[in-house]
Design a binder for this molecule. Structure first.
Ligand code: BG6
Length: 507
């Protein structure tokens, strides 16, 4: 996390302040920062939304969110010191009068002291509202100072290559690139940031981090949840846009990027962009050999029966939206030539887990007889991004006893064991970066467009050919059989998450 001294005074305006993101994530994260003493002397939150709330009702809603989701308890004195900084402004996002009122409120706060106040406009609203809000902010002259006025836009940024380009174009007419913070909350997760620390803070990974030693890489981001109350939104988006285009591609880039010269935002962005640019283009007529889509039907999560996707609230009962994606990619450069990267993500899978598994090549010569090697497995490095965060190294050991027998064993580092305290929420880290104007963890325009470019043939092919077999996996299973076939064709299979292995062994 950031250096405590460097957090400037700020006003955070949240568009969509009565919504889920503010209630569940932003306000609890801000409260935790407040409780842990990260926030400066002067700061305020202005919640802006259409819902008819006043300051009192907005604070009550914030308190409910904080009580449920913050890491720190909202004791009375701590809460009141926080709550007095929150105010609410009701209005329509397209109404210029709202922006005039907002500008008055900002100026009044700024006039209370000599410090330069950083203005942060957080768009916690559906993507369709992004352009109108930014246009209004621009017209009202509220984002003119490039050094301390910033706008935050959550992913997905656009819904395909053309719309992302158009959106970037229209934002650029009003804002400089370093005023735009395109947010992917995975980049705020400690374990995701630790990929950089692990790869470039240690000497011994780099020499084996290439095609000579690595056989293939699997990235799994699985969720047990369905679409919950987001059916209306999700049905327009699907798993490829919602998860792969941002979260999974970011993980892929951190795993595959070349060593950076420094940790500057520009340098990190550049190295990540190189990875996307090296991805072998998928031909539209060959998409089926590279990508698998799925949609969950009714099933069980644990013991509990759950409905199929098409029966979820606000979802079209004939919907063809995918809730599962498996993908094979190649990064065509010297380091990775010929090493497949397998990505999969889905809703209503058996366990909530995000894990990267790096499988190394087998030993060049097996000197041990077959009987000794019965449980032999290639070495694996497993990055547990969540939950039970940590890193596991799986290698062969001799089973104790008078005869020679080899079995895989794990050497592990677990955050909880090493550091005790659970890591901060992703939004805490990202909010601090945002307030300080550090764009290292923000998505750069060129990266977003390159990510869409990789996926565009899949989007096109899937749009042109509606699936005939949806729903094709039962809730609570590991997705459609074609996902297994994608790897089986190459003599491989998806690794069960190590978390499940541990649970099965009762560890
Ligand atoms: C969001 C997606 O970006 O990430 C959701 O829109 C998904 O559909 C969520 O559930 C998963 O985030 P996490 O942090 O719970 O893995």
């Amino acid at each position: 996390m950031s250096d405590r001294g460097a957090i400037p005074p700020f006003v955070l305006t949240i568009f969509g302040a009565s919504g889920d993101l503010a209630w569940r994530k932003l306000l609890p994260a801000l409260f935790d920062l407040h409780a842990d003493g990260w926030l400066p002397g002067r700061w305020a939150v202005i919640g802006l939304a259409r819902s008819p709330l006043d300051d009192v009702a907005f604070r009550a809603r914030a308190r409910d969110g904080v009580a449920r989701f913050a890491r720190r308890p909202a004791e009375d004195s701590r809460w009141s010191a926080f709550a007095e900084r929150l105010s609410y402004l009701q209005g329509d996002y397209a109404d210029p009068a709202v922006y005039a009122a907002l500008a008055r409120r900002l100026r009044a706060f700024e006039a209370e002291g000599p410090e330069r106040i950083h203005r942060i406009f957080y768009l916690a609203v559906p993507p369709a509202l992004t352009e109108v809000i930014i246009a209004r902010l621009g017209k009202a002259g509220m984002v003119q100072d490039r050094t301390c006025h910033r706008v935050v836009i959550e992913k997905p940024f656009g819904h395909d290559l053309a719309s992302a380009r158009a959106l970037n174009g229209s934002l650029r007419r009003i804002l400089a690139e370093d005023q735009i913070y395109r947010l992917d909350h995975y980049l705020g997760k400690d374990t995701v940031q630790n990929i950089l620390a692990m790869r470039f803070g240690n000497a011994f990974f780099e020499p084996i981090w290439n095609r000579q030693y690595i056989d293939h890489i699997q990235i799994t981001v699985a969720e047990t949840a369905g679409v919950e109350h987001r059916g209306g939104y999700y049905d327009q988006i699907g798993a490829l846009r919602d998860m792969v285009q941002s979260h999974l591609f970011q993980i892929l880039c951190l795993i595959a990027m070349e060593p950076p010269v420094s940790m500057n935002a520009e340098e990190i962005h550049h190295k990540k962009l190189e990875v996307l640019r090296a991805i072998r283009p998928i031909r539209r007529d060959a998409v089926a050999a590279w990508a698998v889509r799925g949609q969950y039907g009714p099933g069980r999560i644990g013991e509990e029966p759950v409905p199929g996707y098409r029966e979820e609230p606000d979802v079209d009962p004939r919907s063809n939206t995918e809730t599962y994606v498996a993908l094979k990619l190649f990064v065509d450069n010297w380091r990775w030539h010929g090493v497949p990267f397998y990505l999969r993500t889905g809703k209503r899978l058996p366990v909530k887990v995000s894990e990267v598994s790096i499988t190394f090549r087998p030993v060049p010569h097996r000197a041990f007889p077959e009987a000794v090697l019965r449980s032999w497995q290639p070495n694996r490095l497993i990055l547990r991004l969540q939950p039970e965060e940590g890193i596991l190294l799986r290698f062969q050991v001799k089973v104790p006893g008078p005869v020679m027998r080899l079995e895989p064993a794990d050497m592990h580092f677990l955050y909880q064991e090493a550091f005790g305290d659970p890591p901060p929420e992703a939004y805490e880290t990202l909010l601090l970066d945002l307030i300080r104007g550090d764009t290292t963890q923000s998505l750069e325009a060129a990266w977003v467009e390159a990510a869409w470019e990789v996926l565009q043939p899949i989007l096109d092919a899937w749009a042109a050919q509606p699936p005939e077999d949806f729903p094709n996996y039962a809730a609570g299973t590991w997705g459609p059989p074609e996902a297994e076939a994608l790897l089986a064709a190459e003599g491989r299979s998806w690794h069960p998450p190590t978390l499940l292995e541990r649970r099965a062994e009762g560890r």
